[in-house]
Design a protein around this ligand. Structure first.
Ligand code: AMP
Length: 459
């Protein structure tokens, strides 16, 4: 997964991008990059690791200009090679552009083979680079239903053509010398929002939490299938696809990925996540003393469960905030250890108590197994594990870092076998209907649920 951010028309564009990326750090911790334009030249700073580690004050000072884009990366395609750090930069007929991408293309390999045969030389292993070559080679006129602004005649049709060739998930920010362009795939897999501050600067970000940090107001989502161009002549929207696909917004963004203080896909993550917990309480009534969230991911579902069931919420696990997400660790041994580094039971709360422990998802089973073991060692009498989403049975090809199908515990074991393996007194998952109902309550429709159902919107 990744996070993208863009600024148009602010004298501190690089610094605001740094802040925006910091707010989106949960979407990727592996690498970070900022590209800035001063109207003539585009300059880049790329680095490994967290935003605050990779980008220094001197870098920001050097990145002069009032337009910028940025990217935080969590590799799901192309591996963690430094060559894959985004934004990518390319010269384009006497000009240049930089591009940053959230999502995964499903036909990147095919397109790459075709482009390579046709003479293209790739410098990375990332699927995003395919966009650069498709943009460079595009020749077709714009679709007949589109009337282009004079500023857009040269470059924008190249984006339309690239969009017609790629398949998969893409929320893009593209920087040109005097233009910021935001693009969202026609299925709308990944979120992308537009904001504006009091002095008239525009911002594009994966989530609204990144608008908050730069004091920008949320205006609207960049729509599925939209190409939004922002320059000195104003804002312009193009929809190159005459018939839009069925929407496939990633439900896992609401379950786990997005920050709860964000609004994505036009609704608040907080409300939907809490509603998932309420629905879990409607589906499973369990007698217990406390509801205990697995922090931070299970907090809101636990709050919802507690409110609906009347069972008090207690913080029976304390999180150490100086440890990154457990998934960042590359091997199973380190992953096992990192759960312990991250969460510690509160004996004062859990001793001799019957607990309902709530987490948002069960993927490999590593986290839950460790947590239940630690809670029992700390004296918990019963531990019932409730998950506020259905069993994850299949991989994601659209940008979420789900392990291979073989590593997914729900793909290998029955619910009863998983219960035994993780050592819980009982184990329950929210039903698919319960999860969708939570989002639908807020008018939401059109989700991709492939990781829970194997029903892939694009094969
Ligand atoms: P596991 O230990 O493999 O069962 O992972 C479950 C834990 O990882 C839960 O606490 C989730 O909040 C979290 N999680 C689920 N999906 C992801 C993901 N794609 N990246 C990082 N963490 C995740």
């Amino acid at each position: 997964m990744c996070g993208v951010f863009g600024v148009f028309d602010h004298k501190s564009a690089a610094y605001l991008t740094y802040l925006g990326l910091h707010a989106l750090q949960h979407r990727g911790q592996e690498s970070v990059g900022i590209a800035v334009s001063d109207g003539y030249d585009i300059n880049l700073k790329l680095g490994n690791g967290l935003v605050t580690k990779a980008i220094k004050e001197e870098d920001i000072k050097e990145l002069k200009g009032d337009l910028a884009i940025g990217h935080v990366r969590y590799s799901t395609s192309g591996g963690s090679n430094p060559k894959n750090i985004q934004p990518f930069f390319a010269h384009f007929y006497g000009g240049a552009f930089a591009i940053a991408h959230n999502g995964n293309l499903v036909n990147a390999h095919e397109l790459r083979m075709f482009l390579e045969k046709d003479g293209a030389i790739f410098r990375s292993t990332s699927d995003t680079e395919v966009f650069i070559h498709l943009i460079a080679r595009a020749k077709e006129p714009p679709p007949s239903h589109i009337i282009l602004h004079k500023n857009d005649k040269e470059f924008i049709p190249h984006i339309f053509e690239a969009m017609k060739k790629v398949k998969g998930a893409y929320s893009l920010v593209i920087l040109r010398e005097r233009q910021l362009i935001a693009v969202r795939d026609p299925y709308g897999f990944r979120p992308l929002v537009l904001g504006k501050n009091r002095t008239g600067s525009y911002f594009v970000a994966s989530e609204t939490c990144a608008l908050d940090i730069v004091d920008a107001e949320y205006l609207r989502d960049v729509n599925p299938g939209e190409v939004l161009v922002i320059d000195d002549a104003g804002l312009r929207s193009y929809y190159p696809f005459e018939n839009l696909e069925k929407l496939a917004k990633c439900i896992f963004e609401y379950v786990y990925f997005a920050r709860p203080d964000s609004k994505i896909f036009k609704d608040w993550v907080y409300g939907i996540r809490k509603e998932m917990g309420k629905n879990l309480a409607k589906e499973y009534k369990i007698e217990a003393d406390y509801v205990v969230p697995v922090l931070d991911s299970g907090l809101l579902a636990a709050k919802g469960y507690s409110e609906e069931s009347g069972i008090p919420l207690e913080i029976g696990l304390i999180r150490n905030h100086y440890v990154g997400r457990s998934f960042i660790q590359p091997t199973q041994d380190i992953r096992d250890l990192s759960v312990k580094l991250k969460l510690n039971p509160v004996r004062y709360v859990v001793e001799n108590k019957r607990l309902i422990v709530i987490d948002d998802s069960l993927v490999r089973g590593t986290t839950s197994r460790k947590i239940i073991n630690m809670l029992k060692e700390a004296g918990a009498k019963e531990v019932h594990l409730l998950i506020s989403s259905p069993p994850v049975i299949d991989s994601c090809y659209y940008g979420i870092d789900t392990p291979t199908k073989e590593e997914l515990i729900a793909n290998k074991m029955s619910i009863e076998e998983i219960r035994k393996y993780i050592g819980a007194d009982s184990l329950h998952y929210l039903s698919l209907e319960g999860m969708l109902k939570a989002a639908n309550k807020f008018r939401q429709k059109g989700f991709c649920t492939a990781c829970f159902t194997s029903d892939y919107p694009i094969l």
